[in-house]
Design a protein around this ligand. Sequence first.
Ligand code: ADE
Length: 222
Amino acid sequence: MRFDIISANPKILESSLNNGLISRARNKNLAEIYLHDLRDYSEGRYKQIDDEPYGGGSGMILKPEPFFKCIERLLSERQYDEILHFTPQGKEYNQKRANDFSLLKNFILICGHYRGIDERVTEKFVTQEISIGNYVLSCGDIAALVFIDSVVRLLPGTLHDAESALSDSFQVETGFDYPQYTRPETISGMKVPDILLSGDHKKIGEWRKQKALEKYKRIKDN
Ligand code: ADE
C-alpha cells in the first residue's frame, strides 16, 4: 500500500509516521509513505502557498497551483485508487470505510489548512472528501494520520497477532468491546470478576458478549 500525503505542514506528521504501528508497517514494507511539502511546489521567492479568498471573508485559502503541480506529477508516475481530501464537510469515516480502503493500493491524501483549499483542486482531482468526525480540526493532517493508522493496522502482517484486528470491538456485532483485566487480581479492593479466573472458555465467551451488549445499551441509550 502506498500513501502520498500532500501537506502544508509536514512536520505535524513526521513523528507519528516514524513511530509505533505506522513505522512498523513501513519497516516491514507493508506501507510506503511519502510526504510532499506544498511549499516545494510553490512558485516565487516567497514560496507562497495561500492567499485571500475571492469574494472576501476571513482566513486564507490554500492556492491551487502547488496542488496541481504535485498531483499531476504523481499521476504521471502511477495510478491511484483514491485521491482523498480531509475536510469536516466530507463523508463521515467509520470502520466499514476503513475496511474497504484497506483493500486498495495507492492513495493521494490531501491535507487542508487554514480556511480550506481552492475548490478547483477538489473538482479536478478529488475522488472522495472524508471527515473523521463532526468537529473542526486545525488541519487535515491530523485526520490523515487517523486514516493511515486505521487502514494500515488492517493490513495482514502489521499487527503481531493476526487475529486481533478481526476481533476489534468495531468488527463485532455490537461495536463495543468487553471489559478487560490483567494482573494484579485485586487492586484497591477491586477484584477481577471470578468468571475470568474459572478457565471455562465457553462461559467466559458468553459473559464477554453479555458485558459488551450491556455497555452498548448503556452508552447508546444516553
Ligand atoms: N479537517 C478539519 N477538520 C476535519 C475533520 N473533522 N475531518 C477531516 N478533516 C478535517
